[in-house]
Design a protein around this ligand. Structure first.
Ligand SMILES: CC(C)(COP(=O)(O)OP(=O)(O)OC[C@H]1O[C@@H](n2cnc3c(N)ncnc32)[C@H](O)[C@@H]1OP(=O)(O)O)[C@@H](O)C(=O)NCCC(=O)NCCSC(=O)C[C@@H](O)CCCCCCCCCCCCC(=O)O
Length: 719
């Protein structure tokens, strides 16, 4: 709703009231229509101020309304009514003015912002475009290039940048509403014609066709299949080339296509999923809202290899004091240099001072005696980690939280080696840890809810998408990756090439296909794990039996490449070839193709034609099937957790919503049918055997994704 008051005798003050972000719900829109009408018809009112309650102007259209039948007054006529008002209307912007919120402000004649306010048109990140006139008004106000930048990226600008761009007229450090009321009084009675943005011509852009062609090419490249950024460019082009009314018609047409698209549904699902994972729960019944985190002022990182360095930077950037421990002197010196350089680069980018003094370096583990939380990031070796945990238990003050950054070891086993297993959780960062958004917070059966709450809160402070998950081999992300990679190997055996598999996955929207990714992260990583699992055998055996290990189909292709010293980019050879070790440009490698040919001949395999469809079904459905197993096992609390992990840490294209959302879009019955089909063809591949949860969901009529929770709960209560 919107509240109306008269202030300073002749200013009508309209306050949007719809916590938490004053989204433009039907009731708010109705409130604005009514209060604007009231202010304009009151002869005592000379000017109007619109603001939002609780320090936030407006977070835009109410996204929750999008999936339903929309009622209430539409936004565009409401904004037009404000713009054509015969009394000055001033937007008092505190907190955020985003999407429809900024469009509402653009309909006002003046905009005053608090210095801490943020403004933007982020619709593109929801699969939409600014369709309440934003795509037509912003280019008229700030010019085509600047408007395109904001609209196609959805980035939020600070008040200072908004002032510089000409989006706002004044920035204040004081009370924004008071400043806006004062301003409104000062402009009462002035001509409003020059203030109506829709009547402005769009600033001329030289060589318009060439300009838009170039922009479109760049946007297509970075969009990786997303349609909204392209529609945004088309809408801005309409602003640059058409009169306002026709531009608005084009904006409406483009929005009509986007609004009902699967991509918009997926992106809006991601928006809510990212917020839902913060409301974590454990199988024990412990939850985010009943578990109080402990305060963390001082933290420590043990082990300053690549991961430890990134974690130190991520912690220091949140303003924490960090003790960074590395027992090897040379490593410590190198780490100090690298960490300082990363902190300096990050600070430069963010326009702040580097937190160099926030990090204290030590070779002695005793230095962590008074920290509140430790993150261990030593080499992935259970004996070494156990020793470190035992030392930490002896050194740290009582109650210190002990976190391990392991990606593969058993968090429960480590916890059981300490006197206080309730204080142990996994904090699985992704490399580079100061850049990558994802953090898996791994709890074991004995981790206390407080420990989980503390790690989750710390993750949030570091700006991570933090997801609480149960302890199992690979946790959620890597556990699902295993069948995906294995299927890719099997496809090579059956006739595919790395290029074909990668192309199919990259066209789907992954930034890199499985083989380019493997070359980047190093083939030796998986080789070491497979050796540890006793799967690697000398590569001379041939035939089917050589490819069955531990009772299931196994492809030794990755092992054979490692035996050749082909570890990927770092050795200049892997699934592709590179100009030199460390180079990033992958080129097709004839050696690899003849190697595959010889391998197939040795094993009596006949290459067949494999298409993109099969690549996607085999790789993605195997991964999704593992996701269902994970839900079934209670390792992830819901499909949102899995989807956030995949979108923020594994390059799953956001406009496809994450693997579980994708399965929901494809149709669970179809996923089940294809898994059954492939399982019949490959009975020796257990990961193609459909999960019982998937079967149950299909049997119960394939409920939509937000209802899966009920099926999972029912399943668990029957166990
Ligand atoms: C605002 C934020 C920056 C605040 O961040 P903060 O961290 O403080 O808080 P949270 O992010 O945790 O949010 C708190 C809480 O609020 C919920 N929420 C936030 N924003 C919205 C919102 N806009 N709507 C609903 N709910 C919202 C959030 O989910 C949290 O609740 P939860 O329970 O989940 O924890 C930050 O929240 C933020 O960035 N918000 C999103 C901002 C945004 O993206 N805004 C744009 C919205 S889209 C829009 O505005 C579209 C407009 O351009 C025009 C629309 C016109 C559409 C008309 C329909 C036309 C149909 C076309 C068909 C044509 C047919 C034809 O003509 O033929």
């Amino acid at each position: 709703m919107a509240e109306y008051n008269r202030v300073s005798e002749c200013v009508g003050l309209i306050t949007l009231r719809n916590p938490p972000v004053n989204a433009l719900s039907a009731a708010v829109r109705q409130g604005i229509v009514d209060t604007v009408q009231r202010a304009l018809s009151d002869p005592n009112v000379k000017s109007v101020v619109i603001c939002g309650q609780n320090g936030i102007f407006c977070g835009g259209a109410d996204i929750k309304e999008f999936g339903s039948n929309m009622t209430g007054p539409p936004l565009i006529p409401m904004i037009h009514a404000i713009e054509s008002a015969n009394k000055p209307v001033v937007a008092a912007i505190e907190g955020s003015a985003l999407g429809g919120g900024l469009e509402l402000a653009l309909g006002c004649h003046y905009r005053i912002a608090h210095s801490k306010a943020r403004l933007g048109l982020p619709e593109v990140s929801l699969g939409l475009l600014p369709a309440a006139g934003g795509s037509q008004l912003l280019p008229r106000l700030i010019g085509v290039p600047a408007a395109l930048n904001l609209i196609t990226t959805g980035r939020h600008v600070t008040a200072a940048e908004a002032l510089q761009l000409g989006i706002v007229d004044q920035v204040t450090d004081h009370n924004t509403v008071d400043a806006a009321v004062k301003f409104a009084l000062s402009v009462a009675g002035r001509s409003l014609d020059p203030r109506r943005i829709s009547t402005h011509p769009c600033p001329q852009q030289p060589d318009l066709d060439a300009f838009f062609e170039e922009v479109m090419q760049k946007v297509r490249q970075s969009a990786r299949g997303a349609i909204a950024p392209i529609a945004c460019v088309q809408a801005v082009r309409a602003a640059a080339t058409l009169p306002y009314a026709q531009g608005m018609e084009r904006e409406r047409e483009l929005m009509a296509t986007l609004f009902t698209s699967g991509q918009a549904r997926a992106l809006q699902y991601c928006f809510f999923a990212e917020r839902a994972v913060g409301r974590w729960r454990m199988p024990s019944g412990a939850r985010w809202d009943t578990s109080k985190p402990r305060p963390v002022h001082k933290a420590a990182v043990i082990g300053l290899g690549t991961m430890g360095r990134g974690i130190t930077v991520a912690l220091a950037q949140t303003g924490l004091s960090v003790i960074a421990v590395e027992t090897q002197e040379k490593q410590l010196m190198e780490a100090k240099q690298a960490i300082s350089a990363m902190l300096e680069r990050g600070a430069k980018r963010r326009g702040v001072a580097p937190a160099l003094d926030g990090v204290i370096y030590s070779q002695n583990i005793q230095a962590v005696a008074d920290v509140d939380l430790v993150i261990e990031a030593v080499f992935e070796d259970i004996a070494l980690k156990t020793k470190v945990f035992q030392q930490l238990s002896a050194v740290c003050k009582p109650g210190t939280l002990l976190c391990t950054n392991t990606s593969a070891l058993d968090v429960d086993q480590l916890a059981s080696e300490t006197p206080n297993p309730e204080l142990v959780v996994g904090m699985h960062f992704f490399a580079p840890a100061h850049v990558m958004k994802l953090l898996e917070v791994v709890y074991g059966p004995r981790s206390s809810p407080q420990a989980v709450a503390t790690a989750m809160q710390l993750g949030k402070k570091m700006g991570k998408a933090s997801v609480a998950v149960g302890n199992c081999r690979g946790f959620v992300g890597n556990r699902m990756l295993k069948p995906y990679i294995e299927e890719a190997f099997f496809l090579l055996e059956e006739g595919a090439t790395p290029e074909l598999v990668d192309q199919a996955l990259e066209e789907f929207g992954f930034p890199m296909g499985v083989f380019r990714m493997s070359d980047l992260s190093g083939l030796d990583v998986g080789w070491r794990v497979r050796k540890g699992d006793g799967l690697v055998e000398p590569g001379t055996a041939s035939g089917r039996s050589a490819r069955i290990r531990q009772g299931r189909r196994y492809s030794p292709l990755g092992d054979l490449l490692c035996e050749e010293g082909r570890f990927g980019q770092k050795t200049g050879r892997g699934w592709y070839q590179y100009d030199k070790p460390g180079s990033r440009v992958a080129r097709s490698d004839p050696w690899l193709h003849s190697f595959l040919g010889a391998y197939r001949a040795q094993h009596g395999l006949v290459a067949r034609r494999i298409d993109h469809q099969e690549v996607l079904e085999r790789c993605l459905y195997a991964l999704i099937n593992e996701g269902f197993h994970i839900l079934d096992d209670g390792i992830a609390a819901g499909p949102e957790d899995i989807d956030v992990i995949y979108v923020s840490g594994y390059g799953w294209p956001r406009h496809r919503g994450g693997p579980m959302f994708y399965a929901n879009m494809v149709g669970l019955a179809k996923v089940l049918e294809r898994l059954e089909h492939y399982q019949q063809l490959h009975p020796e591949v257990p990961h193609l055997q459909p999960s019982s949860l998937l079967r149950r969901l299909v049997a119960s009529g394939s409920p939509p994704i937000h209802k899966w929770g009920e099926a999972i709960k029912k399943l668990h209560s029957q166990l």
